[in-house]
Structures are given as structure tokens and as C-alpha cells.
Design a protein around this ligand. Sequence first.
Ligand SMILES: CC(C)(COP(=O)(O)OP(=O)(O)OC[C@H]1O[C@@H](n2cnc3c(N)ncnc32)[C@H](O)[C@@H]1OP(=O)(O)O)[C@@H](O)C(=O)NCCC(=O)NCCS
Length: 180
Amino acid sequence: MTFETERLILRPWCDADAEALYHYACDPQVGPIAGWPPHTSAENSLEIIRTVLSKPETYAIVLKTTNEPIGSIGLMRNGDGIYPIGETELELGFWVGVPHWGHGYAPEASHRLIQYAFEQLNVTCIWCGYYDGNLKSKRAQEKIGFTYHHTLENVEVPLVNDIRTAHMNILTRKDWEEKQ
Ligand SMILES: CC(C)(COP(=O)(O)OP(=O)(O)OC[C@H]1O[C@@H](n2cnc3c(N)ncnc32)[C@H](O)[C@@H]1OP(=O)(O)O)[C@@H](O)C(=O)NCCC(=O)NCCS
């Protein structure tokens, strides 16, 4: 599946993206705050493309102007996200490379995937979480339309060997329909 927005293409990751992925995902400002370690080499990025970013409903965020992948976005089923969720629910996750922060790309990509989730995947609600202190993600989630639901203490973040507090936001089908 591929999606198009005003400025972006959302399309599956492929092996040829490894260098571009490494370029952005090696930055320690990106992964650790979201719960994963910086990539260590283009080979490491290739392995991540094959093992993690190949999961269903996971897309490279590609800038139309350059055709370059600058981030990633995905809709996760129960078991793949921060938090156990129901069978008719999904969790949204995203990141954008540092040089591209502040242009609203994460919200733009999210709006399109959320539309897809409600219109075609028949979900009842979408969750989106952030770890305590990640104010950029908190703000991006507010802009997308998520509202605060609850806080989880002592969440294990195994990829970075940490225990954190996670704040969970929700967007229900009803809330989304009212905003259309
Ligand atoms: C969270 C993230 C995806 C937002 O992506 P984005 O495309 O920059 O989103 P926006 O442009 O809407 O910016 C969201 C907020 O980030 C903050 N922000 C934007 N650019 C920034 C910059 N260069 N430096 C610091 N903060 C910045 C602003 O508060 C902004 O809100 P505003 O538009 O009201 O000013 C991005 O910051 C990121 O990848 N962070 C690291 C990984 C991460 O936290 N992922 C989410 C896991 S829960």
C-alpha cells in the first residue's frame, strides 16, 4: 500500500533505503526518546528494515521534493506497541529525521494513516503514546487530534534497557468523525 499527501509519499521500506535510514536513525536525538537505540551502521539499518520496518502497516515517510525517506510511521497491532490493546484497536508510532523537524510532517503523515485505519481497517480507536518528557511527541499528538487517556508507570523499554513512565493518548472513531 502507498499513500500520498500534499508533501509526502508513504510507502513500504525497501533494502535500498538502508543508507538514508542510517543517515537519520543514527542520531541519538531520534531513537532513544522513542525507545530504540541509534542505528550503528548502514548494515544495522538494513537489518532493521528487514526485521522491524517490514512489519504490516509500516511505511517510510518520503519527501516528494527529493524522493528521500526522512522518517517512519506505522500502525501497530496488539503486542507490537508500548501497551496491550484490543483486537479492533491500533497504536500509531512515528519518527522524523532531525533536519526535518518542525515542518508538520509527522502530523501530515499521521492524518493520512488515521483516515486509512478508520475507513478501511475498521478500527474502533487508535492509541498513541509517548515517554515522559518527550514534549515534541506530546505536541505532535495534540496537533493530530489525540487526547490524554492514562499514564502507565514502570513500563519496560527493553531495546534501551530502561524503565519509563508512558502517557497514552487516544483518538476514537467518534472523535475522528466529528472532526471530518
Ligand atoms: C515527535 C516528532 C515525530 C514530531 O515530528 P515533526 O514532523 O517535527 O512534528 P511537528 O512539525 O508537528 O512538530 C511537533 C512539535 O515539535 C516541536 N519541534 C519542532 N521542531 C523542533 C525543533 N527543531 N527542535 C525542538 N522542538 C521542535 C514543536 O513543539 C512542535 O510543535 P509546534 O508545531 O506547535 O511548534 C519528531 O520530533 C521526532 O521524530 N522525535 C523523535 C522521535 C519521537 O519522539 N517519536 C515519537 C515517539 S512517541
